[in-house]
Unconditional design. Sequence first.
Length: 465
Amino acid sequence: MSQKNETTILALALLLTVGIVGGGFWWFTNNGVKIGNNIIPNQKPGSNPSLQDRISFGEKSFTPGDISPVKKEGVQAIAAKSYDKAIANFTAALKLNRNDPEALIFLNNARIGSSKSYTIVASVPLGTDPNASLEILRGIAQAQNEINTSGGIKGVRLRVGIANDDDNPEIAKQIASNLVSNSEVLGVVGPNTSDSTLAAGTIYNSGQLVAISPTSTSVKISNFSRYVFRTVPSDFMAARSLANYMVKTLQKKNAVVFFNSQSNYSQSLKSEFVSSVSLEGGQVSSEFDLSKADFSAAKSVEQATKQGTEVLMLAANTETLDKALQVIQINQKKLTLLAGDDVYTAKTLEIGREQAAGMVVAVPWHIDSDPKSDFPQKSRQLWGADVSWRSALSYDATIALIKSLERNPTRSGIQEALASSDFSANGASGTIRFLPSGDRNAPVQLVKIVPGSRSRTGYDFEPVR
């Protein structure tokens, strides 16, 4: 492929950025991201809010851009401790936009007011990855709403704070130090990325405050700390499933991997896939680092083809997704495509389109994977749209904290409950149990890109049966 064509594809990847927010869409305009009729300004380079401005229980909003006047009034009312007014404002705000998890969290916090509560905090990258953050917050908000409207945790309701960590390991550590020093905080949901979880985890461990990540999959997190858990299966499980599918189902033996050497998640998934393919009797003949300045999708695919490669495995993370999408376009469906969960975005569907059809992605959960679960129906009723695996796994993280609070509402009590061999809770993705390593003993779901209308892109991710 010519250099001109490759440049054109890169431009498409950068310009046609799209992501799902529940059932709605994000796309970029010249001035920022647009959600519905609202334009959200892009974050200014070098902007770095103070730590105090990064944590909120309702007195400030982290939803990027302009918020509705009635939601703004609700934020001001909570700050002024005018809880009845805040309740009315947030109730009205949710009628305008029922798909806003921040508004639902703040509404439930306003309902608590100054009454006794148990406090947890979500550590999410609202400043840099609002799409993933809102997906995570939907799961947390749904769990909070369910427990509080049913009488609370033995009569005590759950208060939820939101901390904007920007997926920055250093900021995540600062937030962790702040939360550790606040004795009212009994647990944390997050951080989002493996890099931030590993960085902040050292603080949560020394401060003996439990953090449950719903989205960090690096194998380095296994046995990392007695106080760091996760509801998402590790990359070991995803890699095993993809390798097994490649060798046993597809009957293919030779693969290459595209990864980001600067990402713990991407490095982890790549390494586990290489090992798993080898155990299955196949081989990974080459590894291509998406983070290199001289990376060329065209040259990499050409080299892979000359080596007799049958499968392209995309272990890209969010930062290198655009380059992975170049690989998909240049491949032109000639070689089989496999991918990790960071490729599970509407952006992949929008830009990949026909060239991505047939690609198999390993994810922790899919809304249609378990017909017996009542979570999909409840989440659709609440949000008016389908939710992603990030929502389901953050719901499970919050449910795990709620169940441990029922046993012993102290920091040490929560850790002991989660680590107990008899701990069990019913979550969106099945039974929640933790191994001594802090990992969740759960399988992954393989999904395939097929033509469909659910995402409004013309393509959908559907479970591989």
